[in-house]
Design a protein around this ligand. Structure first.
Ligand SMILES: Nc1ncnc2c1ncn2[C@@H]1O[C@H](COP(=O)(O)OP(=O)(O)OP(=O)(O)O)[C@@H](O)[C@H]1O
Ligand SMILES: [Mg+2]
Length: 258
């Protein structure tokens, strides 16, 4: 049987100003699967994600790797569940890029040599060698996004949760990102408006709006439902249209041949 690594049941959350951002939200993630969390601006995606490592605490049930989050296990859970925040400024706070990436492994108590080699490896894999000694706050937004992802990758988490990972990336860096994510066999939740990325990487999609899960299903089924997507301010991704078009052209040219 497939192992459930995240289970969210009837999660409700209201911000201190009275905005109710999650209403009976339910979500499941199974071992090894990559799901897309989609929905219009303000749907509640980031709020939901901030519950998955205890930054926010709503009312409802959340189990991560089979355990409910509590004060005792929060450190352990945070080391296994890597979250890349939507805003990289929330993630980066050390004097240099190198220090930001080394921070997590150092906190785990690994030796300085091991931390150094892990950090250098991730810097190189993500094409960030050139900025390793710069202060993170001097980087461009796209560079900060890459460094944020690196701070999480270096921890080799069992679950990776990414909030708008490709937002502000140039096409080349976006491609490197997607390739890295596709090579990573850990369980992932990707909250994004980049539905081409969802089409490429996710096997299942959860659509949220107004704090609730509207529907979920197999990626192609959800992403090709024009009416459903438009009802929630979304649209069919170009890559899906292109693939379908090429397919129908191929079919019609086959018919012409017969
Ligand atoms: N700190 C906050 N205080 C009050 N309300 C907030 C706060 N952060 C978010 N909200 C509200 O909560 C709701 C959900 O916001 P959230 O950021 O979770 O949406 P989202 O789906 O991630 O949107 P986006 O696609 O724009 O990132 C919105 O109505 C938003 O205005
Ligand atoms: Mg968001």
């Amino acid at each position: 049987m497939r192992q459930r690594v995240i289970e969210v049941r009837n999660l409700n959350f209201t911000y201190p100003d009275g905005t109710t951002a999650l209403k009976d939200m339910c979500l499941e993630l199974y071992n090894g699967e990559t799901i897309g969390l989609i929905g219009p601006n303000g749907a509640g995606k980031s709020t939901a994600i901030l519950h998955l490592n205890g930054v926010l605490k709503g009312v409802g049930k959340i189990k991560l790797l089979g355990k409910e989050i509590n004060k005792k296990n929060i450190r352990e859970i945070r080391s296994k569940v890597g979250i890349v925040f939507q805003d990289p400024n929330d993630q980066l706070f050390m004097p240099t890029v190198f220090d930001d990436i080394a921070f997590g492994p150092l906190n785990l108590g690994l030796s300085v040599d091991v931390v150094k080699s892990k950090t250098l490896k991730v810097l190189s894999e993500m094409g960030l060698d050139g900025v390793k000694d710069k202060p993170s706050h001097h980087l461009s937004l796209g560079e900060k996004k890459s460094v944020s992802l690196a701070t999480v990758m270096v921890m080799e988490p069992a679950i990776l949760i990414l909030d708008e990972p490709t937002n502000s990336l140039d096409p080349g860096t976006r491609r490197i990102f997607i390739q890295m994510l596709s090579n990573l066999k850990v369980s992932k939740i990707i909250a994004t408006h980049d539905l081409d990325l969802v089409f490429e990487l996710c096997s299942r999609v959860v659509l949220m709006d107004n704090g609730r899960v509207i529907t979920e299903g197999e990626t192609k089924e959800i992403l090709s439902n024009k009416i459903l997507l438009e009802e929630h301010n979304l649209e069919i991704p170009a890559s899906l249209l292109l693939k379908e078009n090429i397919f129908s052209v191929k079919k019609s040219s086959m018919r012409n041949l017969i």
